[in-house]
Design a protein around this ligand. Sequence first.
Ligand code: NAP
Length: 279
Amino acid sequence: MIFRELGKTREKIPAVGLGTWAIGGGMIEDSSRDDEGLEALRLGLDLGMTMIDTAEMYGAGHSEEIVARVLKDWRKPVYLASKVSASHFAYDDVLRSAQKSLDRLRVKTMDLYQLHWPNSQIPITETMRAMEKLVRDGLTRHIGVSNFSVDQMKAAQSALSRETIVSNQVEYSLVDRSIEDDVLPYCQKEGLAVIAYSPLGQGKIPRGRGGPFKVLDEVAVSHGKSRSQVALNWVLRKDSVVTIPKALDKGHVKENAEVVGWTLNGGELEKLDKAFPLL
Ligand code: NAP
């Protein structure tokens, strides 16, 4: 695994971490695949993907409970990130949500606590006051945002009196390159890490058929890699990006751990750019 700096924190996080949406359920709790989820996360950690991203929303908290079960037997460092839902951005709600997440995760502190989606109904100053209290009280070490536009990142940073936003978690993959317009350049300029979610287009990339996917397959064959591995390597071609694919299948987990340590050459990047244009 290779490690990249989380924003300007001088802390290193793995370029590939572990997403947990649908591990423990999606919008509602689903325990039917808990064992598979536990095994996939344990394997991912063993293979060096030592950042876990979860959220209070995932499986209505059950995802965090599964992460806790994994961490119970894990003795080495893990970078632990969770998120507060946009409906909980009022001051007291943020504090309550964070404590509930910590209780479910069975830890005293998180490394990164993120605002899951922007919420224009609640002043960002109020939400950020609560986030700074969490840092002051040692409940999270860093503050991040997710799905924030450039203007929303600026407003969120201005609302903070002492802390700095270290990351923006946003969708980024060959099939959704929209952050290249402004969010990615802004994060690069300001030194925020981009945590790329849905890097496999929620499965659209491994399943895709037709023209662009043929190009992807050609590149994959020339490297002796799968198309998903090429797609993840492509996301990581920018230094400020780390990514968090989600995989329940153990073969997928193994593949995802092997997407770094090799690079796509200029000609291949050009071919992929043409096949999967920025729309
Ligand atoms: P994703 O990682 O792009 O795709 C997941 C799908 O790809 C699953 O069906 C998985 O199958 C499959 N897959 C994984 N690795 C594969 C491989 N090597 N070969 C073939 N198929 C593979 O989508 P995602 O779950 O939406 O995104 C990842 C994580 O980002 C989430 O789990 C979550 O933590 C985070 N996220 C955050 C937000 C946000 O608003 N902040 C939104 C969406 C997602 P199996 O499970 O069967 O292995």
